[in-house]
Write a protein that binds this ligand. Structure first.
Ligand code: CFM
Ligand code: HCA
Length: 532
């Protein structure tokens, strides 16, 4: 029996039916590999997923440093999304940085009964007196949708009253099936109300936006360091260490780089339609993929001087890290890994691990869509369901003033033929090998079972499952927060990652512990209720 069947066998028939299409052991049947994704989790199974508010506030809009993001809802939602995601932001001289703060309307029972719009407006008055920001984001939590407070109307009133930008996001936690719906709602708001409202033209010869880079542990800074060294101008980063001020001008950049496809592909696509800006799927995680990314960007601009400068920088950077990388590779070669994260990293980190000689034999996303696994070609086949239809799809058309075609269709085809990944993403499947396991919307039980059957040397995951993995005797490192280390991106980040992974694997503490369930069974029965 293969590992997938072994895992599914433990489920009751009802759960089996559901989970079997979310778990794929690659190339093990005659049919093409496929997976079910972005559907409701099974009630009663504690998945690792978060909520729509987490995706909108915590992930996409929260990191914009010169905007005040106010949580309209109970205080717990504000507290638990306060500073936990490690999206670093530097205060610019004379600039504002609200990332270290948490703003909330602290909704109480009377507010729930009588409505919270007044409280929200009073809160914003207070924010204006104390901080005077240029931009305010209002993010709704679950009860707001239930009582019907109109955050968009409040945002319009605030704009009128104070002459600032204010955007309301109806990102109530229960919308959609995971954080992913919150990304989409955030993308729509930014596209509608911020991108394209500025007029500051880039000064450099080649200018870029970095989309889907949230500067966790300083990753974005390492990426900017390398790109600036080559000579690019960075107009705006979405949204790590990003700002309202720079995002307004994003439509004037030459090219969009997309790091996290899942969280930002909507903006990338809409900017292509509205402003003619192509997007390039990049990956700065791993030495090999960073070099590939830098070469693709230079090739896109078809400038021999830029290509030569890119090679010069690559050579210099490789020289600086090669001894360290070689050492860590000698320590890690032949090891295997599992990675369970949200929607991008489980793919991105496979190339950095490969640089270090580590094969990723298990990978899973919490909330990705089929295209993140199977590639964007699959999008046409994805049938919308009641949950996905609940999230607004906005359509944009070419902007009269700012639409500019960068290359003709034919020129784009030529670039694609050369391997430049323009306006496309092939997903995680093609980078994984026969027999490797891919799990959508993974849960603790599946994590435990796969550790037993596939025996990875290290399991990368998040705070929710790190400790239960370690209690199984396998070391776990967090790929969301980096266990407070980082950056892991680019050339310098790869060395830090190599060091952290080597340190973890060679610390034998977890193998030496014997948890109680290893000596006696604590629970019997099947997962999913029925005893069959
Ligand atoms: Fe994109 Fe992210 Fe991720 Fe994500 Fe996240 Fe994150 Fe993540 Mo945590 S935007 S999908 S919603 S790369 S917060 S910075 S680490 S789950 S894999
Ligand atoms: C989120 C944020 C999170 C959680 C991390 C974790 C992050 O999903 O709302 O589970 O360890 O990266 O901070 O993904």
């Amino acid at each position: 029996m293969n590992e997938r069947d072994l895992l599914l066998e433990k489920y009751s028939s009802r759960v089996f039916k559901n989970r079997k299409s979310h778990i794929s052991q690659l190339e093990m049947s005659d049919e093409a590999d496929t997976i079910t994704a972005n559907t409701r989790a099974i009630p009663g199974i504690a998945t690792a997923r978060g909520c729509c508010y987490a995706g909108c506030k915590g992930v996409v809009v929260g990191p914009m440093k010169d905007a005040v993001t106010i949580t309209h809802g109970p205080i717990g939602c504000a507290f638990y999304s306060w500073g936990t995601r490690r999206n670093k932001a530097r205060t610019e001289e004379g600039g504002q940085n609200f990332v270290p703060y948490s703003f909330c309307t602290d909704m109480r029972p009377t507010d729930i009964v009588f409505g919270g719009e007044k409280k929200l407006e009073e809160g914003i008055d207070e924010i204006m007196t104390l901080f005077n920001p240029k931009c305010i984001f209002i993010c709704s939590t679950c009860p707001i949708g239930l009582i019907g407070d109109d955050v968009q109307a409040v945002a319009r009133r605030v704009e009128k009253k104070y002459g600032i930008k204010a955007v309301g996001f109806s990102c109530e936690g229960y919308k959609g099936v995971s954080q992913s719906s919150g990304h989409h709602i955030a993308n729509n708001g930014l596209m509608r109300q911020i991108i394209g409202t500025g007029d500051k033209k880039p000064m450099g010869k080649y200018s870029l936006n970095i989309l889907g880079e949230y500067n966790i542990g300083g990753d974005g800074w390492e990426e900017e360091r390398i790109l600036k060294k080559i000579g690019y101008e960075i107009v705006s980063v979405f949204t790590g260490d990003g700002s309202y001020e720079t995002m307004k001008n994003a439509h004037l950049a030459d090219l969009n780089l997309v790091m996290c496809h899942r969280s930002i592909n909507y903006v990338a696509e809409m900017m292509k339609t509205k402003y003619g800006i192509d997007w390039l799927k990049v990956n700065f995680i791993g030495i090999g993929s960073t070099c590939k990314t830098l070469r693709m960007i230079a090739e896109y601009f078809k400038d021999p001087e830029l290509l030569a400068r890119t090679e010069e920088v690559i050579a210099e950077e490789l020289e600086a890290v090669s001894d360290d990388m070689e050492y860590y590779r000698s320590m890690l070669k032949g090891k295997t890994a599992g990675i369970f994260t949200g929607g991008s990293r489980s793919h991105h980190y496979q190339s950095l691990l490969r640089d270090l000689g580590v094969e990723t034999i298990i990978a899973g996303y919490e909330f990705a869509h089929r295209d993140d696994y199977e590639g964007r070609d699959i999008i046409a086949e994805i049938k919308p369901d009641a949950d996905s239809k609940n999230i607004e799809e906005i359509t944009v058309s070419p902007d009269e003033a700012f639409y500019k075609e960068r290359y003709s269709e034919k020129e784009l085809e030529e670039l694609k033929e050369k391997g430049i990944e323009i306006d496309t993403y092939d997903g995680m499947f093609p980078d994984m090998k026969k027999g490797y396991m891919v799990v959508d919307d993974y849960n603790m039980f599946e994590t435990d079972e796969l550790i037993h059957s596939m025996k990875p040397d290290i399991f990368f995951s998040g705070i929710k499952d790190k400790y239960s993995i370690q209690k199984q005797g396998v070391v776990s490192r967090q790929l969301h927060s980096y266990d407070y280390s980082g950056p892991y991106a680019g050339f310098n980040g790869a060395v830090i990652f190599g060091r952290d992974v080597t340190m973890s694997i060679y610390t034998k503490a977890w193998v030496l512990t014997t948890p109680p369930w290893k000596t006696a069974a604590l629970l019997g029965g099947r997962i999913g209720g029925e005893m069959n």
